[in-house]
Ligand binder design. Structure first.
Ligand SMILES: [Zn+2]
Length: 477
């Protein structure tokens, strides 16, 4: 619905999620929750269909069999798709990056903080915390506007009476002696009595609680809200947190661009020329009555701004973004207008001014004649003329000089040489010029898509098909 909407370019892409501070002892890229979305060139709120579409488009473009294929990039695209196309993996990725996907969860072991070495930094006598309970909540743009409080029930672990494990003496591991022939081999294995924790609890129970999460106004997709000390309750460490990741769902009318809102509106030609009023149901719950100025002409593709009717800026103290409306104009489906009406319309429209209609600028393409300019490393080729014979790498063209030498030249170092206009034929000395004439034609309107005429006639096409089949047979053998 919003394909090709230019707002993304206007604002340089939507606001992504906040980057989590990485732990000191791990690769921060593993915690990143945005790279995969960037690889597929989509927003974090993209739907499953959008993900699939982006994947198809990019994998076609970078497939190693294609002339401009890129195997490394192709692999990256496939890997990103593998995670983002799987609802469960995507959820894990959004919460904790590739680390969470690989671990199959975000620190699900509430006791992990109690272990000696793991995750604890040397020389930092900081008190550890039970690991967080994580949860993803879905909100609408209406919620982003209002900042509601979301409630749900959750379970946390409550433990009492911590005791050092008597079996392993708190080490978490036990030594085992295995006899092999004359040899005695001592091995170490995790203690079964305490699951390798080194301690046990007299009482371990699951408790239910209600979480109340104040969703901040202007919350972004991927933002996290932490309920401090409402998670697992384990003696010996600080009580854990409940960490909520906010996922903003797509809206059927509005698209979010930072704190701005964007939508599309289709007007009839009459409304575009003679003025219009329409109502927009805003995410605030209010109705916006949108009216054109007297005498104003709205053209197709026009973008208008309604100031301060965007979303609240997060932490912006009542500051709001704007609402942008992009207009599309439809023409009447009436097939014919009476001569009298045409005279009236023509009189009116002839008094209007119109934008200049430009012909397409010539571009560098295979076959184009070019001149090499501004080469600094190989100045001997400057001002040499030739023609483009291939597109080599991105932004570079293969140029064949007049002496047959072939070079790869960046596009900005090439100047197009305009084709010299064909000399006009002189009627008197060319007999075939009787074939050249001017004819007045009136095109007819077609319904839907045109039926294309095959380049080769039906009977000839039959032969070609047979030939192709033969080639195919050879290949499959
Ligand atoms: Zn033990």
């Amino acid at each position: 619905m919003f394909g090709g909407f230019p707002f993304e370019e206007m604002f340089g892409g939507g606001g992504g999620g906040r980057r989590r501070m990485p732990q000191e002892d791990e690769d921060p890229e593993l915690r990143d929750t945005e790279i995969l979305y960037k690889t597929l060139n989509i927003e974090k709120s993209a739907s499953a269909t959008e993900i699939k579409k982006a994947f198809r488009k990019l994998s076609r473009k970078y497939h190693p069999d294609r002339p401009n294929g890129d195997e490394a990039k192709f692999k990256e695209i496939q890997e990103a798709y593998e995670v983002l196309s799987d609802t469960q993996k995507r959820e894990l990725y959004d919460e904790g990056g590739m680390k969470a996907v690989k671990d199959g969860g975000v620190e699900t072991d509430p006791f992990s903080a109690l272990f000696g070495g793991r995750g604890r930094r040397r020389g930092a006598p900081k008190k550890e915390k039970a690991s967080a309970i994580t949860k993803t909540i879905d909100v609408t743009l209406d919620d982003v506007y209002k900042g509601p409080t979301v409630e749900w029930q959750y379970e946390y672990l409550k433990c009492e009476g911590r005791k050092t494990c008597s079996r392993c003496d708190g080490r978490g591991v036990v030594m085992e002696v295995v006899r092999q022939g004359f040899m005695q081999i001592q091995t170490q294995r995790p203690c079964r009595a305490c699951d390798g924790r080194g301690f046990t609890f007299a009482k371990e129970e699951k408790k239910r609680a209600t979480a109340r999460v104040p969703v901040p106004e202007g919350v972004r997709h991927g933002d996290k809200v932490t309920l401090r000390g409402e998670g697992h309750d384990i003696p010996g460490v600080d009580r854990g947190d409940v960490v909520v990741t906010v996922r903003v769902r797509k809206h059927k009318v509005f698209e979010r661009v930072g704190a701005d809102l964007a939508c599309k509106k289709t007007l009839t030609l009459r409304e575009a020329l003679c003025g219009h009023t329409f109502t927009l149901e805003h995410v605030s719950g209010n109705s916006l009555k949108i009216t054109s100025l007297p005498g104003e002409v709205t053209f197709s593709g026009a973008i208008k701004k309604v100031a301060d009717w965007g979303l609240p800026q997060k932490g912006g103290h009542f500051a709001k973004g704007h609402l942008y409306i992009k207009y599309d104009i439809v023409f009447p489906v009436t097939k014919s207008i009476s001569a009298g009406d045409i005279a009236t319309l023509d009189a009116i429209l002839s008094r209007c001014s119109y934008p200049e209609i430009k012909e397409k600028e010539p571009e560098i393409e295979v076959g184009a004649r070019v001149k090499i300019v501004n080469l600094s490393q190989y100045p001997q080729f400057n001002n040499k003329r030739g023609h483009v014979f291939a597109e080599t790498r991105q932004g570079r063209w293969g140029v064949e000089l007049q002496n047959g030498k072939q070079l790869s030249v960046p596009a900005e170092k090439l100047e197009l040489i305009a084709d010299t206009p064909k000399p006009k034929r002189q009627k008197s000395n060319d007999l075939e010029d009787d074939d050249v004439y001017e004819e007045e034609v009136t095109p007819e309107l077609i319904e839907g898509e045109p039926d294309t005429t095959p380049a080769v006639s039906a009977s000839a096409a039959y032969d070609e098909e047979e030939q192709q089949e033969r080639v195919h047979e050879c290949r499959s053998m």
